[in-house]
Design a protein around this ligand. Structure first.
Ligand code: PRP
Length: 197
């Protein structure tokens, strides 16, 4: 194989380990198409606003990067980080802020960008936090909604796909910090231990 072709070969390998099986749930082309539609919907609702995208590290990074490129007009973005709280095991439901935003959201049109809405506890925490900071408008866009897992009474204003209660990886979502680089959203099946999301 020539050096020029090697990167293609590398991209087709998912990087799974023994005992881990992945299959595509949402292909990269469906993701791309839906992200484009979501961007159009958001821009249609706020045609003239400067949109301030707020991403939750780390899962939302790829989605936010693609969404930002599909949104025309003035766009800025910022990130924050919250603690994971042991989902699927002995969840306390307590979310803690690890890294705050760099700039104020007061008076801005804020779009909270999440890769996945699961129990909704993270989003509930974020909405309460951000509402106190007096944005001009605040909306939530999620790529994936695991609606049947919801505990908190929250919803997204824009949803990419409603998905079944399966452990998903890829397009930013991880298992043990791996698989975030997959272009497709995939279902991970573990044959040697149980999944945590
Ligand atoms: C994921 C996702 C959301 C949260 C949603 O983050 O990015 O922030 O879980 O779950 P919830 O609705 O049950 O609160 P995760 O904790 O896996 O961290 P990561 O983004 O760094 O992978």
């Amino acid at each position: 194989m020539t050096a020029a072709r090697r990167p293609e070969f590398a991209k087709s390998r998912p990087g799974s380990r023994p005992g881990e099986t992945i299959r595509v749930l949402i292909s990269r082309s469906r993701v791309r198409q839906r992200v484009r539609q979501l961007a159009r919907e958001i821009r249609r609702d706020f045609p003239k606003d400067s949109l301030h995208l707020v991403g939750v590290l780390k899962g939302s990074v790829l989605f936010l990067a693609d969404l930002a490129r599909e949104l025309g007009g003035e766009v800025s973005f910022d990130f924050l980080s919250v603690s994971s709280y042991g989902k699927g095991t002995s969840s306390t439901g307590v979310v803690k802020l690890i890294k705050d935003l760099d700039v104020s959201i007061e008076g801005r049109t804020v779009i909270v960008v999440e890769d996945i809405l699961d129990s909704g506890l993270t989003l509930k925490y974020l909405l309460r936090l951000f509402e106190g900071r007096k944005p001009k408008h605040m909306r939530v866009v999620v790529l994936l909604d695991k609606a049947e897992r919801r505990i908190a009474n929250v919803h997204a204003d824009y949803t990419g796909f409603t998905i079944p209660n399966e452990f998903v990886v890829g397009y930013g979502l991880d298992y043990d910090e791996r698989y975030r680089n997959l272009a497709d959203v995939c279902i991970l099946q573990l044959t040697r231990s149980s999944a945590k999301r």
